[in-house]
Design a protein around this ligand. Structure first.
Ligand code: RP5
Length: 369
């Protein structure tokens, strides 16, 4: 290893690609015994202690620390700063909406000031509900995306075989029955609802954008800012418009999910001629090779319960000159009732907390909102 003192772009901590804050970098780059590498893995030497297999990191250059004290300090500070920078949202609204999706199940009322677990709410008796599909009571086999019954408490907050049970918001607590506790708070329903996994259910959301243009190809403006459009799909379950996101399959990496979901939902990649498919894949590759992280964490999804919830990684893939994905013909896939380019603005009404991700995207690209 060539010892170089350089800026860390990404660290892998708790299996999450993490950018340490500037303060942390300044502090640790100043440590004489610490040698860090570009795109390095912090504490590869102690990978076991943070629950990672060293294989995951094999392709990345190692961070090397010659003093044991330094690495402990570094881990402690990284944990703290990680948890501070990845705090769960303060509340949820759609996760308290009723009836529970795809059912007639009610939710026990939870007022705004009763959401947090830290607020005393002695009378709280959530309605218990796990759908027959995920519990196996429907008579059909339990789908592969769902847990088969109770999960041993030791498996929570870990990467459990192919299933990532780690939350982007740090360690989550377990309740009296050893079931994960929603990191935001009460939802009025306990059990899994229609979600497959106890605890976090990981998804990925590709926000594919282009500039809105007129027939001449000129970019359009409002209030002195260029207007963005994104690929929106209409969900089949509730007809709400959304980002074409989807669940991360067991063992799948996030970038693969982002591409797959976009192809399946917005381009219907399965049902076009091989020639058209090839053209689409090339266009997707061009744009999908350069994504910007917009959001990583809890989604205020109507399917959330006290013991199971959605988390996502939302990435923006921007086609600046509109020459790749921006030119593709959109075809709704089997999971979508419709697909279209939709303007980004403050009036958008979308599924779950997707509006929030689009607002962030508009800010990042200095676009009209
Ligand atoms: C949301 O649910 C995520 O943000 C993602 O868009 C979506 C994934 O669930 P499915 O579309 O696969 O139902 O929470």
């Amino acid at each position: 290893m060539i010892p170089i003192c350089c800026i860390i772009r990404n660290c892998y901590f708790r299996n999450i690609c993490y950018r340490p804050s500037k303060d942390i970098l300044i502090k640790y780059l100043a440590l004489p015994n610490l040698q860090l590498y570009r795109n390095s893995v912090i504490s590869i030497i102690n990978a076991k202690s943070i629950g990672r297999s060293t294989n995951t990191f094999a392709k990345y250059p190692k961070a090397s620390v010659s003093s044991g004290t330094s690495i402990q300090l570094l881990q402690k500070d990284l944990t703290k700063s990680f948890e501070m920078e990845n705090k769960a949202p303060k509340t949820h609204i759609k996760a308290r909406s009723k009836p529970y999706p795809r059912s007639k199940e009610d939710r026990t009322p939870v007022k705004d000031d009763q959401v947090s677990w830290s607020v005393k709410f002695d009378q709280y008796e959530p309605h218990e509900y796990t759908s027959d599909t995920v519990s196996g009571k429907s008579g059909k086999p339990i789908p592969e995306w769902a847990d088969t019954g109770k999960v041993s408490p030791k498996r929570f907050n870990t990467v459990d075989g192919d299933v990532n049970r780690i939350s982007y918001h740090g360690t989550y607590d377990l309740d009296g029955s050893d079931r994960p506790k929603n990191p935001v708070g009460r939802t009025g329903i306990s059990g899994r609802g229609c979600l497959g996994r106890w605890g976090p259910n990981h998804a990925a959301d590709p926000i594919v954008t282009r500039w809105k243009r007129n027939e001449k190809g000129e970019k359009l403006q409002k209030d002195g800012k260029y207007i963005l459009e994104f690929v929106a799909v209409q969900r089949t379950d509730n007809k709400e418009w959304a980002i074409p996101g989807g669940m991360v399959d067991p063992g799948e990496n996030i970038s693969a999910t982002l591409r797959r979901e976009f192809g399946e939902e917005a381009l219907n990649s399965m049902q076009v001629s091989p020639k058209e498919k090839d053209r689409m894949l090339k266009a997707i590759d061009t744009v999908f090779n350069n994504g910007t992280l917009i959001y990583k964490g809890y989604v205020d999804d109507p399917r959330n319960t006290d013991n199971a919830w959605m988390e996502t990684v939302a990435m923006n893939f921007h086609d600046d000159d509109g020459s790749s994905v921006g030119m593709l013909k959109l075809h709704a896939g089997s999971d979508a009732a419709g697909v279209k380019w939709m303007e980004l603005n403050h009036e958008l009404q979308l599924y779950a907390s997707h509006v929030h991700f689009l607002e962030e995207t508009a800010k990042k690209l200095n676009a009209y909102w």
